[in-house]
Design a protein around this ligand. Structure first.
Ligand code: AMP
Length: 381
């Protein structure tokens, strides 16, 4: 006779990266069990939960996930056929339709506009003449992006002058594209909403984000400009979540230009800009995503700490003995091998107020590059 009770529910996850890992870490205290599917053996989540090594659209994947209570994803580019097959057998939350809405930048931006969410000007580009027409209409600078499979600045080229056109077309011209006006934003920010199976919604504080080379480096919550921007950010993210009948956490990435917010893209999953919520919010994005997909009451997304900063570790981890010496710092090592451009971990530094945060941050002076230090100082000034 076994002495352990069955799990409250078993959650299947397509994708075994760090998001799946942090979902599992958040779900264990809730009594949940997890099964992740990832074709790469030893995926980040496999250190903390069971991994089935299989292609997403294989019969092995389908069999492993179909007997879970609910299935969710840790990335948005899950093959549509795999999700459709799963949806016939088990609740998939967020739905295949919600994921599809985020997979194509053209479809995504048209939906934003239909929901009265402002965007940069954009044009569909399927041929070289269409690119020239789009540049005529939108002007330069502009950004040429692949419609599908782009993330962390991959699959995009900034076109500053006519000379940039040829290399960009050589690199991307074989795929469906979108040309976007370059937004001279004051700063970027993002908002995370969690929506339950009953349509209830709760919003995390607006988060200020800072990217370099298209990759998120810093997130600061709450965003210093939240008082001015929060209501519109919530309106946009709320409208999008309702329109998609969304279940789980969704993050909307925004450009702030004066008092105007322009929608850039959304992520139908847990998002890097809300990792600070693990320590900085009363209920983290990971726990709330799980509460939502399990049909449970949503948790409080309010601040636990006055202010939190998340530092992303890209490529390799810094010296943990220096970072762990800083009070109020939480360390997250994803257990991934070092590789250029790869997200291998993050740290969150929380404090009661900006003054205390700056004092604590001084302990990291030698660890931060000059550009990161300057960016953070300007956000906190
Ligand atoms: P994305 O993959 O669309 O999220 O782009 C990654 C990053 O590139 C954004 O977070 C911005 O920092 C920058 N970026 C993308 N599109 C634009 C744009 N139209 N105008 C200005 N910056 C952009």
């Amino acid at each position: 006779m076994t002495s352990s009770a069955p799990p409250a529910a078993t959650v299947g996850i397509l994708g075994g990266g760090q998001l799946a890992r942090m979902l599992a870490e958040a779900g264990h205290p809730l009594g949940l069990a997890f099964r992740v599917v990832d074709p790469k053996p030893g995926a980040s989540a496999s250190r903390v939960t069971e991994q089935v090594v299989a292609d997403y659209d294989s019969t092995d994947a389908l069999a492993a996930l179909a007997d879970c209570d609910v299935v969710t994803c840790d990335f948005e580019n899950v093959p549509a056929d795999a999700l459709a097959a799963l949806e016939a057998r088990v609740p998939v939350r967020p739905s295949a339709r919600a994921l599809a809405a985020a997979q194509d930048r053209w479809v995504e931006k048209n939906r934003f506009q239909a929901l009265d969410m402002a965007t940069a000007e954009f044009a569909r580009v399927d041929s070289r003449p269409e690119l020239l027409e789009a540049i005529d209409r939108i002007g330069l600078p502009a950004v040429l992006k692949t419609r599908r499979m782009g993330y962390d600045g991959k699959g995009q080229f900034v076109l500053k002058t006519a000379e940039d056109l040829e290399p960009a077309w050589q690199a991307l011209g074989d795929r469906p594209l979108i040309l976007e006006q370059w937004v001279p934003f004051d700063h970027e920010c993002s908002i995370t909403v969690v929506r339950g199976t009953d349509g209830a919604k709760r919003f995390y504080p607006l988060t200020r984000t800072w990217h370099a080379d298209g990759i998120l480096r810093l997130a600061v919550a709450p965003c210093p400009a939240a008082d001015r921007l929060r209501a519109e950010a919530e309106r946009m993210a709320g409208a999008l979540a309702d329109d998609l009948d969304y279940v789980g956490c969704l993050t909307l990435e925004l450009f702030a230009d004066g008092d105007r917010l322009l929608a850039n893209e959304f992520a139908p999953r847990a998002h890097n800009s809300a990792h600070w919520t693990i320590e900085g919010a009363r209920c983290s994005q990971f726990e709330n995503h799980l509460r939502a997909v399990c049909g449970w009451p949503l948790g409080d997304p309010g601040l636990r700490e006055g202010i939190s900063v998340m530092f992303n570790f890209i490529g390799d981890l810094p010296d943990r003995s220096v970072w762990l010496a800083v009070d109020g710092l939480a360390w997250h090592d994803y257990g991934k091998t070092a590789r250029s451009g790869r997200k291998v971990g993050h740290a969150t530094l929380s404090a009661p107020d900006v003054g205390s945060l700056k004092a604590l941050r001084a302990g990291l002076d030698g660890e931060l590059s000059a550009t990161v230090r300057e960016a953070l100082d300007s956000i906190l000034s």
